[in-house]
Design a binder for this molecule. Structure first.
Ligand code: AMP
Length: 632
């Protein structure tokens, strides 16, 4: 049997042979002539000249062989719906959606922004885009108008697909109002908005000439037969925005062929999911896990995928396990926060159901703390595998790979570098760390297939953001600290930049600061991520007001704190709302005017603020301590 080390070595030393073999897992309309073109580093082109299509690989090829097999189970515990689609049904629904999009003028290369709740039509829309070569850009439904507007301006979509409302814990979230506000804020105006009306927000606003009703149009294309548009392997399949250190989100651009091959390989080697089996990823389509493992990955592998709208706790904390039993789920994927939420409830909810179909549970998106890892693995009695990856990579960077070798699962570590990733831990001078020495997690390019091919519309930003860690060697920076121990297990120790991770959702502190600065009373603000038992991290804000009158009484302070939180809700969405807004008269900065974020964060977490020799005004620190002491 091949060991993980041998497998990994082959992928790095003989990429053409390794990936050439993996490419056989998908169907190609036209074969590629070259596995890798790396003539313009750090831009990598995989499977050059090959023509394929994500929708064809995810839907058509299975519909042809196994039309009546289950492809999608849509379950909403919010609206009490449960709908099963076979591969034939899925293909037909995707063709209907594709025909509607074409009737609205969408074609190859056009962008389609998808701002939708977790409903089957969101999946149809994404697959329809893939089918006709349009580029989808899904924006997480939890984001509000400000975030949405910046993404509309960057992606310049011809069409937006949306819905009247989503539902969260029994409450309707009015998507259409947020979308209208975003379009009014954005400079780019999409020509059409395709509305999937769920009847949850009866009075939603309809814009004459721009908004069109999906049900009405779908009825005209019931028997639509929309052929697949073949794409060259490197042509873009989608854009997915992610936060960084600047306020402007980056559009991660994904290719087509490389992504399909990479995902297919992960099903075999990491997830151990086979054709005809069932995959349940509890993420949201707005995140990369949703793209890769609610939609494309399982379907490319011929698996049935479960799309779930609801929380892990309603109607009771057994709901996910009930789904596992009912649909004989074989592979499950979730996030550490969800495991921490479940840990607060009686494990009897888990033991009530027959979970014997389940082979593994994968958790990703944020650090998985040791007690939670130990707890859930103990309760489930099966391997719980921590994976480490990023929106940029699209698939795991560090993971156990039970499909290659069953290695020991250790708590607190996502195990080993996945094949294709030439991962190293670097010192800040570009040399490589010794075992157990903390450094920056970097990947020696070329990045493997399926990783971001560039930043949408901005090749220079791709290079300057990700490949400028050192002058030499050119290395992809993950912006995470890490350690490799003597046994080769890797540990991730948090971000090197100002990105925070709230319940697996990545947020830039700069974006939150910009939203808060939009409040007329605020002069200056610093936002830091503070450790939180349930969500991993929570943003906390420290703000300087323009006029002390704004905070003259405790009532005014409370009112302003509330108003600032509301500003964040409106601009970015409630996920970015700070846990507290503390008011101070001065923020700790260096003499050159740089915010001492690490010190602020340390103080907020009750730790030592570290080296303060460069601080401009030591009073700032006392103020911070006072604010924290009196209000936390
Ligand atoms: P995102 O692009 O939103 O998926 O966020 C990626 C970031 O989340 C990484 O750069 C890490 O900081 C963090 N992350 C993801 N998975 C893990 C994990 N298994 N352990 C620790 N941190 C993780």
């Amino acid at each position: 049997m091949t060991t993980i080390q041998e497998f990994h070595k082959k992928s790095i030393e003989q990429p053409d042979a390794f990936w050439g073999e993996e490419a056989k897992s998908i169907d190609w309309h036209k074969p590629f002539t070259q596995v890798l073109d790396y003539s313009r580093p750090p831009f990598a082109k995989w499977f050059v000249g090959g023509e394929t299509n994500l929708c064809y690989n995810a839907v058509d090829r299975h519909a042809a062989k196994r039309p009546n097999d289950r492809a999608l189970v849509f379950i909403s515990t919010e609206t009490d719906q449960e709908i099963v689609y076979s591969f034939a049904d899925l293909k037909q629904e995707v063709m209907r959606m594709a025909a509607v999009m074409q009737s609205l003028g969408v074609g190859k290369g056009d962008r389609v922004l998808v701002y939708m709740p977790m409903i089957a039509e969101a999946m149809f829309a994404m697959l329809a885009c893939a089918r006709i070569g349009a580029i989808h850009s899904v924006v997480f439904g939890g984001f509000a108008s400000g975030s949405l507007a910046t993404r509309i301006d960057d992606a310049t979509p011809k069409l937006v697909v949306s819905s009247d409302a989503g539902m969260r814990a029994g409450k309707a979230v009015p998507y259409k109002d947020l979308l209208d506000e975003a379009i009014s804020l954005a400079e780019h105006k999409p020509s059409k908005v395709l509305m999937v009306d769920r009847g949850l927000d009866k009075g939603f606003n309809k814009v004459e000439g721009r908004d069109v009703d999906y049900a009405t149009l779908r009825a005209q294309f019931m028997d639509a037969d929309v052929p697949v548009t073949w794409l060259e392997s490197s042509e873009p399949s989608y854009i997915l925005y992610t936060s960084g250190t600047t306020g402007k989100p980056k559009g991660v651009q994904r290719d087509t062929g490389g992504y399909a091959v990479a995902l297919a390989s992960t099903l075999k080697y990491i997830f151990c999911g086979n054709e005809g089996e069932t995959y349940f990823a509890t993420s949201d389509i707005g995140w990369v896990v949703g793209h890769s493992y609610i939609i494309y990955g399982p379907l490319i592998g011929g698996m049935c995928t479960i799309m779930y709208e609801g929380t892990p706790l309603r109607p009771d904390p057994g709901i996910w396990w009930q789904i596992v039993e009912k649909y004989k789920v074989n592979v499950m994927f979730s996030a550490p926060t969800a495991a921490r939420v479940l840990k607060k409830h009686d494990p009897a909810y888990m033991h009530k159901y027959d979970l014997s179909s389940l082979k593994h549970l994968f958790l990703a998106g944020e650090p998985l703390d040791q007690p939670t890892h130990e707890w859930i693995m103990g309760e489930l009695g099966l391997p719980v595998i921590d994976n480490y990856w990023q929106t940029e990579t699209g698939w795991p960077i560090l993971s156990a790979m039970p499909g290659v070798e069953k290695t020991e699962i250790r708590f607190g570590t996502p195990s080993f570098p996945v094949y294709g990733y030439n991962l190293r831990i670097f010192r800040e001078d570009g040399t490589i760390c010794d075992p157990d020495e903390k450094g920056i997690v970097g990947i020696v390019p070329p990045l493997p297939p399926g990783c971001l091919s560039t930043v949408w519309g901005d090749d220079a930003r791709f290079v300057s953001t990700y490949f400028s860690l050192f002058r030499e060697p050119q290395v992809y920076s993950s912006f995470d600290w890490g350690i490799k121990d003597k046994d080769g297990y890797h540990y991730i120790l948090g971000r090197t930049d100002d990105v925070i991770n709230v319940a697996g959702h990545r947020l830039g502190t700069r974006e939150i600061e910009e939203a808060i600065q939009g409040h007329s009373a605020i002069a200056e603000v610093a936002v830091v991520g503070v450790a939180d038992q349930l969500k991993g991290q929570m943003p906390m804000a420290f703000a300087v007001v323009k006029n002390a009158d704004h905070i003259a009484t405790p009532e005014l302070v409370a009112a302003l704190e509330k108003a600032v939180m509301k500003k964040v809700d409106e601009s970015l969405g409630a996920i970015a709302r700070p846990s507290r807004v503390h008011f101070v008269t001065v923020l700790p900065k260096t003499r050159s005017g740089k915010l001492l974020r690490r010190s602020i964060q340390a103080l907020a977490e009750g730790r030592d603020p570290g080296d303060l020799t460069t601080i401009e005004d030591p009073k700032a620190l006392e103020q911070l301590q006072l604010a924290l002491g009196s209000k936390t």
